[in-house]
Design a binder for this molecule. Structure first.
Ligand code: AHR
Length: 334
């Protein structure tokens, strides 16, 4: 409980001056929402990348629901895929004196200056679902993300097991260029297929994590490769795979049979596609990054012990055997 000093308690002119300064600081802090003591509830700013995928929409939904459940006031900003919008949003959150900032960084570089400003204002920043490149990890409190290299490995291992020694030409649809996880998902996948000399990654291109682009990229691959020669498609997210599945069907082929599919996220539509026999596997990315971040933040404000620099979420592989049940379980959650 705070002790409020009175001028009588201080009892002299310098005491009165001190009181005046203290009151100003206190009022300023209250106006800025910095000294909540968590009793009035926290105010958290969330700079979200956009809404390019079903997974991202789910992350946003759970961020809102989680905030409401914990009595947190969430200030939400959609950057529409642009880092400059995210930088503006972070500056605006700082100016509003939020208690903490969640940042899902669209690209990995170029954050030091604005995160330095948050640090100077004593506002903890938690990274969600993507990491940043910085020599100064003190700029953020923690990062809640999956092991994005491992996600690629899980997908690659699954494919190696599935094709079992037969020659397989693979095409890859990458996510947004410059995002930390894109290089990692590629790296992990390549590492895993390097152990199987029958697997060959023959083409790779960005589909920017969207269905429309994923379809366009797959159409290009199908035109560029000899008919019937693509054995599998690896997509950095499920939405691009849904687009690719459409392109495969329009080319007169059967996705999931003529061309194997493995992607990442675990959104309801990929489970539906698996249940329908159009897709083969997905590696789940947990969408509840923000609720995890709220728990970390509340614990940090209570005990002041810094959390680990990286809080890892699981990367579980799903196949068609559980797809119908998973679809039923997830379709309203997302
Ligand atoms: O950063 C997570 C990735 O961003 C998801 O895999 C993708 O769907 C999203 O847009």
């Amino acid at each position: 409980m705070k002790t409020l000093l009175t001028s009588r308690m201080l009892g002299n002119r310098s005491g009165k001056r001190l009181l005046g300064m203290g009151t100003a600081v206190l009022l300023g802090a209250l106006a800025a929402g910095c000294d909540s003591g968590d009793k009035k509830g926290l105010t958290v700013g969330f700079s979200q990348i956009g809404s390019e995928s079903g997974w991202r929409a789910a992350e946003t939904k759970l961020a809102r629901q989680g905030a409401e459940a914990k009595g947190i006031t969430l200030k939400f900003s959609d950057a529409q895929q642009r880092q400059e919008n995210q930088i503006k949003a972070v500056r605006s959150f700082i100016a509003q004196g939020v208690d903490a900032i969640l940042l899902a960084p669209v690209v990995s570089s170029g954050w030091d200056e604005v995160l330095g400003e948050a640090k100077a204002a004593n506002i903890p920043v938690i990274l969600l679902d993507r990491q940043i490149d910085t020599p100064n990890v003190d700029l953020y409190l923690t990062a809640v993300t999956s092991d994005t290299i491992e996600e690629g490995r899980v997908a690659g291992r699954w494919l190696a097991g599935k094709v079992q020694g037969r020659d397989c030409r693979i095409v890859e649809i990458q996510g947004t260029v410059g995002a930390s996880l894109v290089a990692n998902r590629k790296k992990g996948f390549e590492e895993a297929i390097a152990t199987a000399p029958n697997l060959h990654l023959v083409r790779t291109q960005s589909g920017e994590f969207t269905r429309a682009k994923g379809k366009e990229v797959m159409e290009g691959f199908l035109k560029a490769e000899a008919p019937g020669s693509i054995c599998a498609v690896y997509s950095h997210n499920d939405d691009m795979m849904i687009g690719a599945i459409q392109a495969i069907k329009e080319a007169g082929l059967k996705p999931g049979t003529d061309i194997l599919t493995v992607s990442i996220d675990g959104v309801p539509d990929i489970f539906k596609a698996m249940a329908d026999g159009d897709a083969n596997a997905t590696v789940e990315l947990a969408p509840d990054m923000a609720p995890r971040a709220y728990d970390i933040l509340l614990a940090y404000r209570k005990d002041h012990a810094p959390p680990p620099k990286w809080v890892q979420t699981p990367s579980k592989l799903y196949e068609p055997d559980t797809a119908a049940a998973e679809y039923a379980r997830r379709k309203d959650l997302y």
